[in-house]
Structure formats: C-alpha cells, structure tokens
Design a binder for this molecule. Structure first.
Ligand SMILES: [Zn+2]
Length: 332
C-alpha cells in the first residue's frame, strides 16, 4: 500500500459528531461537524453521509479513493456487530447499525471502536505517544474513559470492552458511580460526578464563587467554574481540587503499577488546567506506585487536545489496517 493514503473518520458525541478526511500520515484534508444534540439517528445518519461525501469532493477525491472509514463510538455498544446499542447521553440511538450503514453508503470498508480507545489510538499514531509500545490514554472529561496500548497493540479484551480505566473501585465506602459500582475512580474525578457533588454541597450557598461562575445556574456548575474558584483561592474549591488531584494520583498510580507504561497521556482536565492540576497530582503520585515504574513513565497532557476528535475516527480505520499488516505508523 502507498505510504500515504486517505481515510475517513467519524467521532460520535452526544452533542456533535466530528467528520474528518485525513491521510495515513495524519494530515487533515477536510473536516466538518454534524449536530447530534437530542436528535434521532434517522435524521443524523444521512447528514453524516452527506458531510463525508462533501469532504471527499472538496479534497478532489472519489469514494473509491478512500481506503477505509473508522468510527469512534460511545459505550455501550456492540463492536463486533458495529452497533451503537443504548448510550446514556444519546437516548434516541438504540441499536443503530452505524458501521454497516456507513460502509454501504460509501462502498468502502468500515471499522468501529470505543471512543476512548479511538482517542488513545489518535494520541498513539499522531500525538504524544508516537513510537511508544506501551501507553495509556485517559479522557479526563465528563467521565474517565481510557485506552490501553500494550506491546504495540490496542488492548480490546474478550468482549471488546477493555480499557475502562475509570471504573475500578478505589474506595469501598466511596460515592456510587454512574455505572453502578461504588467508589469508582470516575466517581471521584469525572467532570459529571464532581459537578453533581458541587451542586449538592453548594445547594444552600447561592453566593458561593463557584455558583457565581455558573451565573447562578446550578445546572451549569462544572470543572471550569471549580478551576476559576481555585485560582481565586476559595477554601472549599481548593480543598475539593486537592482531593480530586489526590484521587487522580491514586487512579493513575494504580494504572502505572498494573501496566508499566512508558507514557500516560491525559485528556481534557490536564491540558485545560495545566500545572494547577499536574503539580499536585505529581506530588501525590509516589504514594500509589512503585519507584521504578514511576521513574520510567512520562505522565503528560494530550498533544492533540481539542482536535483529538478529528484524529480519533481516522485512527480507528488505521489501527484495523495496521493489525492487518496494511499500514505502518511513523514512517517519517
Ligand atoms: Zn464506575
């Protein structure tokens, strides 16, 4: 196969879907977005096809020039059958055979992978993790999603459900997680869980700086409001932030001991908050993993940052070609 060839990617999110035409070398040829907020797949799927075809035409290409397409999909899903099943943030997408729909619409081979795994592949092929053989990626956004690369391959697991790095319990008596397990890493550090905690704990404090940063609207309280209050030096915010950094160190340190990675790439929170997050997390990290593994592991924020969705879908396609021996990353 030629060293550079085009692939098409779809990164499915609950509010928007990123569609991207890129090359196997990571050059983005054209990209667009399709609105997916509370919409039915019968309306969204034809728009995905129209957007994909528009991007292909804009690049002066034909469908038959595209070697494969890849889809990053939110869980839960049925990866072997290419179905989105019952995602919590996309209530109208029930048992949608998206992979075969897109495969038939474009007439090219199509592959699907968990969205956090797709993010891990994106950082591995085109971001911070180039050339790594052992790396982890954590999304660190509304939830703690994860993707694991071990010995130069994405770990998919028996049911293609491996890499759920946010859902192991770190405290028997901890808060109940969205997933039904008590004390998950995500229940302490996911953006959604932290927002709900702040809404609850500040319910009778409408004058609190965090509530003010949300313009008085409790539903808009999020990690950005928390970060601003921390930078102001608010006591409650600083205490909560410190606990969140400690719990992240506990989660990340455990993963370092289990996987002995050479790199852990951290998503949204790490690149958005920077040293405000990284410094206290690094301070606590030695409590939770052995020295040898820690010293040989780089823990760094995402390089692709908010553009990761553009690379995620094409990386899913490329990983399947890589596993078939049809694509070799980092040739340049
Ligand atoms: Zn959980």
């Amino acid at each position: 196969m030629a060293t550079s060839f085009p692939v098409l990617g779809f990164d499915i999110g609950g509010t928007k879907i990123a569609v991207c035409l890129g090359t196997s070398e990571g050059k983005i040829l054209a990209s667009g977005r399709v609105d997916n907020k509370e919409r039915h797949p019968d309306d969204v799927l034809p728009e995905l096809v129209a957007m994909g075809k528009k991007l292909i035409a804009e690049a002066g290409l034909k469908n038959s020039d595209i070697v494969a397409l890849g889809i990053g999909s939110p869980a839960p899903h049925d990866i072997p059958n290419g179905m989105i099943t019952t995602p919590t943030n996309m209530k109208k997408w029930v048992n949608v055979p998206i992979r075969d729909y897109l495969k038939n619409a474009f007439g090219i081979e199509a592959y699907m992978e968990n969205d956090a795994n797709a993010g891990a592949l994106a950082e591995w092929f085109f971001g911070a993790g180039k050339q790594c053989r052992n790396m982890l990626y954590l999304t660190m956004s509304t939830g703690i999603g994860g993707g694991i690369i071990t010995n130069g391959h994405l770990v998919q697991g028996h049911n293609f459900l491996a890499g759920e790095c946010g859902h192991f319990s770190i405290d028997l008596n901890g808060p109940m997680c969205n997933c039904g397990i008590r004390g998950c890493y995500e229940a302490y550090c996911g953006g959604r869980a932290l927002a709900m905690r702040m809404q609850r704990e500040l319910a009778d404090k409408p004058d609190h700086p965090i509530v003010k940063y949300a313009k008085g609207n409790y539903d808009d309280i999020d990690l950005v409001c928390l970060e601003k209050a921390v930078r102001d030096g608010d006591d409650y915010a600083c205490k909560l932030w410190d606990e969140m950094c400690l719990r992240n160190a506990q989660g990340i340190g455990s993963l370092i001991n289990i996987f002995n990675p050479e790199m852990i790439v951290l998503g949204t929170l790490a690149w958005a908050a920077g040293d405000l997050f990284m410094e206290p997390m690094f301070k606590y990290l030695p409590q939770f993993c052995w020295d040898v593994q820690l010293k040989s592991c780089k823990v760094i924020p995402s390089v692709l940052k908010r553009h990761i969705g553009e690379y995620a879908g094409i990386s899913v396609a490329l990983n399947c070609l890589y596993e078939q021996g049809r694509f070799q990353p980092w040739q340049n």
